[in-house]
Design a protein around this ligand. Structure first.
Ligand code: NAD
Length: 445
């Protein structure tokens, strides 16, 4: 479908912003590729051209519904009080309560949170689970904070955003630098204010307080299912093929050992400190043990060390960026040699890099499909929490596989029917579902 001429696209808005004196929104292409919000808008504009929806709905889905910024004090161990800034953004709540992780990072800003909230709306719609998109973040460096300071920060931030958070309205989860312990503090803080336990207010909790079996591995497991489907589609033999995984955290470590368990040779992995490489293969399970003992993958025996930049350019069959956004950009995309790029992280590839990878013949499994296993099992956890009725890990993994395999093939079908790449196909599917739900509900009042 042709784009309506009245719609203002990303490129047009950029020019208008420059004219109107908003340099922060008027970034050049190179700068824009470093801003994941600009990238999210650009991808939205491209996909929205294929979705039959009125202009008003197009405009509505292009903006975040609510954006909360909170500045709040935290008592530090030395007795001083430090003020932190946090965010919680709801992009869309038409298909259900908003869902999205909370990130603790020194560089997180409102644009990052907006972009990640928008990606969550599309992700939930791609896999067909009844949620809208949200994201949260606090500007902080958890590595520089004690456990007590982190708990004080978490409990105060949870209180500040509790005007948005609830099992029916907005359900946070872990993201970069947040984990099950932090989710437990959020659940406890919220429950203390209510006067009774409310397990369904967060997902990614410890099992002892209503967490779900399989949630810890779910994102990585979903990535593994997508890699297998992609290889099947491309007629690539699994046995003897090679994989490189960037980021060895909650997502990357699981992807690495699950790919290994399926017969794929993991030849390199990395964390924020750098990468390790062994062309004969690395035992990812053993690296997990090494990380538990030492805090990093570095120093693992029998491997060469390399930078994260070099790691992304290694010759391999499957590359899984599972660290941060904007790792593959115009600066390095031409040197990426992987046949399949499976995006474990959110937004690891800039739109310009996307084109270069596709021109070079890579098959990209886009983030909103590839890493949707996490939110899928979060949904299972939420349902179990609401019902106080728990499923076995086997049931969870079987249902996860069903959803991931079905969603991969839904996206592949659209990509073949419309002759577009997988990212565009996934966005067309997701935006179409959210637009349809919006039109069916109608505009209030
Ligand atoms: P994490 O904090 O557990 O792990 C992040 C890993 O990346 C760590 O090994 C860290 O050392 C490494 N890292 C950080 N900066 C890096 C850099 N510049 N270069 C190389 N490595 C770097 O986080 P996570 O939960 O595994 O999340 C990773 C990505 O996956 C994020 O983009 C996140 O939004 C996305 N994601 C996570 C989930 C989930 O369930 N955890 C779900 C969907 C998407």
């Amino acid at each position: 479908m042709e784009r309506d001429v009245n719609r203002v696209t990303y490129e047009e808005e950029r020019r208008t912003c420059a004219d109107a004196g908003h340099p922060e929104l008027a970034a050049t292409s190179e700068e824009a590729s470093d801003n994941i919000y600009h990238n999210a808008l650009k991808s939205y504009d491209e996909a929205a051209r294929y979705v039959d929806m009125p202009n008003g709905i197009y405009e509505m889905l292009r903006r975040c519904k609510r954006e909360l910024t909170v500045n709040f004090p935290v008592r530090m161990d030395d007795g001083s009080v430090k003020v932190f800034t946090g965010y919680r953004v709801h992009h869309n709540t038409v298909r259900g309560p908003s869902k999205g992780g909370i990130r603790y990072h020194p560089a997180v800003d409102l644009d990052d949170v907006r972009a990640l909230a928008m990606l969550m709306s599309w992700k939930c719609a791609v896999v067909g689970i009844p949620y809208g998109g949200a994201k949260g973040g606090v500007v902080c460096d958890p590595c520089e904070m004690s456990e007590r300071e982190l708990e004080n920060l978490t409990r105060r931030y949870a209180t500040e955003i509790s005007i948005l958070m609830s099992p029916e309205g907005d359900i946070p989860a872990p993201d970069v630098n947040t984990d099950d312990k932090i989710m437990a503090w959020i659940m406890d803080t919220y429950s203390m204010h209510r006067g009774y336990s409310v397990p369904a207010v967060v997902t990614g909790k410890p099992i002892s307080i209503g967490g779900s079996p399989g949630r810890g591995e779910a994102t990585g497991r979903g990535v593994m299912f997508c890699v297998r489907e992609a290889m099947k589609h491309l007629n690539m033999p699994v046995e003897g093929s090679t994989a490189v995984v960037q980021g060895f955290g909650k997502v990357g470590s699981v992807v690495a050992y699950l790919l290994q368990s399926k017969g794929i040779k993991v030849i390199a992995v990395s964390d924020v400190k750098g990468g390790i490489y062994n062309p004969r293969g690395i035992d990812a399970y053993d690296v997990v043990r090494h990380v538990k003992q030492t805090g990093s993958i570095m120093g693992y025996r029998g491997c060469d060390e390399m930078t994260n930049e070099d790691l992304l350019e290694l010759k391999c069959d499957v590359l899984v960026p599972a660290a941060m956004e904007n790792q593959i950009t115009v600066r390095n995309a031409a040197r990426v040699k992987a046949k399949v790029v499976a995006e474990g992280a959110n937004g690891p590839t800039s739109p310009e890099a996307d084109e270069i990878l596709l021109d070079n013949g890579a098959f990209i499994v886009p983030d909103i499909l590839c890493n949707a296993g996490g939110v899928t099992v979060s949904y299972f956890e939420w349902v179990q929490g609401l019902q106080f009725f728990f499923w076995s890990e086997r049931e969870i993994n079987v249902r996860l596989r069903e959803i991931m395999v079905r969603s991969f093939n839904d996206v592949l079908r659209i990509s073949q029917q419309k002759q577009v790449n997988m990212r565009l196909a996934a966005l067309i599917l997701a935006i179409g579902r959210v637009a349809e739900a919006t039109q069916v509900r109608g505009i209030y009042p």
